[in-house]
Design a protein around this ligand. Structure first.
Ligand code: A2P
Length: 287
């Protein structure tokens, strides 16, 4: 999830790498991977009591800089989709690095052994419970919006509920597709998932990566590629139909709104936990 909802006004200090902090709700960083100069993922310990549904998010962060007058520090928190599956013993997150972003300017410097704050209250709309039964599910992502789908693509329920899973990922540059591409490739060799879900479960996945600002095998915004029909032709599937298709959307705000409008044109209706329907949109940064 991108950094969009400031919780405090604390000023960023790039030099301040996180240290051991004796934080409330502290979790320890176990692994950090830098994918590009704009993107990184990291893993942290999981609170023993934390249960979540694939696709949900939690608030995570660091302590902000001390108030110059009082010396007091406030937590600086953002909503982050959990990218790891609900059965994993650790938690994984996928983040953008905003050089002047209050949180990510610091968070990008975390190292294994550092602590972050993690409020153990998962919530979210991108959950299977919010959708009616269907045959095919579409996961539409841009940028770090891939994160909830990294969780859902490792959830046995996704493969039990649907015959086909289409994941589209639109990014500016080819390097930004790597986290998702590596994850999908890893499913083929994941012995545990192949055993639990069924040998070759990953063959149900249709992966459709596109770039908009750098040459790659498939160029263009997914919205444009759907409007022209190219996406359906490339994938060899019919356009979305409320009888058979379900969808989840997670990307930047303009993308979410544009795609939501398109899905409504196909006749799909927005669902919620309390009222399951045909599609859902990430709400974390629309509040
Ligand atoms: P574009 O390069 O044409 O703006 P960002 O990094 O700004 O969040 O964007 C991630 C990706 O989402 C980019 O490839 C961007 O394309 C694409 N994008 C942005 N807005 C929309 C939209 N309204 N519909 C479809 N794709 C979009």
């Amino acid at each position: 999830m991108t950094e969009m909802r400031p919780v405090t006004d604390a000023t960023a200090s790039q030099a301040d790498a996180p240290k051991k902090m004796a934080l409330p709700d502290a979790q320890t960083v176990t692994q950090v991977t830098h994918w590009t100069d704009r993107l990184f993922s990291f893993r942290v310990t999981r609170p023993a009591s934390l249960r979540f549904r694939s696709g949900e998010f939690v608030m995570i962060g660091l302590m902000g800089d001390p108030n110059p007058d009082t010396g007091k520090q406030k937590p600086l928190l953002r909503a982050y989709s959990i990218a790891s599956p609900s059965w994993d013993e650790e938690l994984e997150f996928y983040s953008i690095k905003v050089q002047d972003g209050p949180l990510t300017s610091k968070l990008q410097h975390i190292q294994p052994g550092d602590e972050i704050i993690l409020r153990p209250k998962p919530v979210g709309t991108l959950v299977h419970d919010a959708l009616l039964p269907g045959k095919r599910i579409w996961f539409f992502a841009t940028g770090t919006g891939f994160a909830p789908f990294a969780s859902l693509l490792r959830d046995p329920q996704t493969f039990e509920d649907y015959d086909e899973i289409v994941i589209t990922h639109t990014c500016r540059e080819a390097g930004e597709l790597e986290y998702g591409a590596a994850l999908i490739e890893s499913l083929k060799h994941d012995e545990l998932l192949n055993e639990v879900i069924g040998e070759g479960f990953w063959k149900k996945i249709r992966y459709y990566p596109t770039t908009t600002r750098e040459e790659s095998p498939k160029m263009g915004r997914i919205t444009d590629l759907m409007r022209s029909g190219a996406a359906f032709e490339d994938l060899g599937v019919a356009p979305l139909n409320p009888e058979t298709d379900r969808a989840m959307i997670c990307g930047n705000l303009a993308f979410n709104l544009e795609l939501k409008e398109m899905l409504e044109e196909y006749g799909l209706e927005e669902g919620a936990n309390s009222d399951p329907k045909h599609y859902v949109v990430e709400k974390a940064f629309l509040d």
